[in-house]
Design a protein around this ligand. Structure first.
Ligand code: PMP
Length: 365
């Protein structure tokens, strides 16, 4: 167990890198969790050992995100993709319209699901520019009786991100934060509902976190299938049925790690430094590397770029693989390269990528 492991430079978009310290703790506790003679995976979700873990995960999320009173933290399954359906199912009544800010593939998917269930409209879109930018907050249009306004805070595929959110007043604001939750401090009080799949910044896949304001929850439709109502999870502390216990345990370890790393302020500072290493390599390359996102819309989590010379791009990716870099191929819909620099991606990995980019450019110009 003490043998040192050679870890990859993992830039996967999700499932993504986990902190080595978290993996080691999970490994150490795997066979015997807290002197119980069993793995946490083997415990009942109704038993004491698991109950403590479950509630710690909720409390840590509340603490780290500074979630105000009046909100519930829920653990669901079905990924962020099921939220594309559950949100309109619960909160888009007949006679009302929901507004969607279109900033990439995931907002398109969210919109397409909502369209099956009710009336929707595009509140703003960046599609024309191939999602290189994000609509400015003042370009988002909706009226006062909009059912809700839906935004994707970080666009995993195109590499753009909102760093501020609108004040929507009485219109409930809903955000898909799957790929940037916990990467920087946010003002949760602006949102009626936040959802995120865990597999980028929160832990392994299999858990979806939902943060929902209680007064908004009360407005949800009541006659829905049990497992598709947020109220089912809220009333039962996310223990109506068997939750993904191991995933929630891993998330708890991950949240403890975030706290030990200085909480969201510490993590945010490091994320900025990490992203700057790679953006600098792009910006200082005099056009050898070309960023996909407009500089003012750049994501701190997913850095998308191409090589001006397509043939060299293939070579860049091949040689990167040989050098121990994982996950640098762009999403199949966009092509090019993408480095996902989530919380657990180390500064060393980002420095290594920076150095590799500089060396590759030098060798090939
Ligand atoms: N929203 C965003 C922003 C995502 O990045 C992803 C997954 N990459 C999803 C939604 C879909 O998540 P899941 O696979 O958990 O359904």
């Amino acid at each position: 167990m003490n043998k040192s492991v050679k870890r990859a430079y993992n830039f996967n978009a999700g499932p993504a890198a986990l902190p080595l310290a978290v993996l080691k703790q999970a490994q150490a506790e795997l066979l015997d969790f807290n002197d119980t003679g069993m793995s946490i995976m083997e415990h009942s979700h109704r038993g004491n050992a698991y109950d403590v873990v479950h509630n710690q995960a909720i409390e840590l999320l509340k603490e780290l995100l500074a979630i105000p009173e009046g909100y519930e933290v829920l653990f669901l399954q079905g990924g962020a993709s099921l939220q594309f359906t559950m949100v309109p199912m619960n909160f888009l009544p007949a006679g009302k319209k929901a507004g969607y800010v279109m900033t990439g593939v995931w907002s398109e998917k969210a919109y397409a699901e909502a369209e099956k269930l009710g009336e929707v409209f595009v509140a703003a879109t960046a599609k024309e520019g191939n999602y290189r930018g994000i609509p400015a907050l003042k370009e988002i249009n909706y009226d006062a009786d909009t059912a809700y306004l839906h935004m994707t805070s970080n666009n995993t595929i195109f590499g753009t991100e909102y760093h501020a959110f609108p004040d929507t007043g009485a219109v409930p604001l809903i955000a898909d934060m799957s790929s940037d939750i916990l990467s920087c401090p946010i003002d949760v009080s602006k949102f009626a509902l936040i959802y995120a799949g865990a597999q980028k910044n929160l832990g392994p896949s299999g858990v979806t976190v939902v943060i929902i304001r209680r007064d908004f929850l009360e407005q949800a439709k009541k006659n829905l299938p049990t497992m598709l109502q947020y109220a089912t999870f809220a009333k039962n502390n996310s223990l109506y049925n068997t939750p993904p216990t191991f995933g929630i345990y891993m998330m708890k370890l991950m949240l403890e790690w975030v706290k030990a790393e200085g909480g969201l302020l510490g993590i945010y500072k490091r994320n900025q430094e990490k992203a700057a290493l790679i953006y600098d390599a792009i910006d200082d390359s005099r056009g050898f590397y070309v960023g996909h996102a407009q500089p003012d819309s750049r994501s701190l989590m997913n850095i998308t770029f191409r090589l001006a010379d397509e043939k060299l791009e293939k070579k860049f990716l091949e040689q990167a693989k040989q050098a121990g870099f994982v996950g640098l191929n762009g999403h199949r819909l966009v092509g090019g390269c993408r480095a996902s620099t989530y919380n657990a991606v180390t500064s060393e990995s980002c420095q290594a990528l920076h150095d590799y980019m500089l060396a590759f450019q030098k060798e090939n110009t």
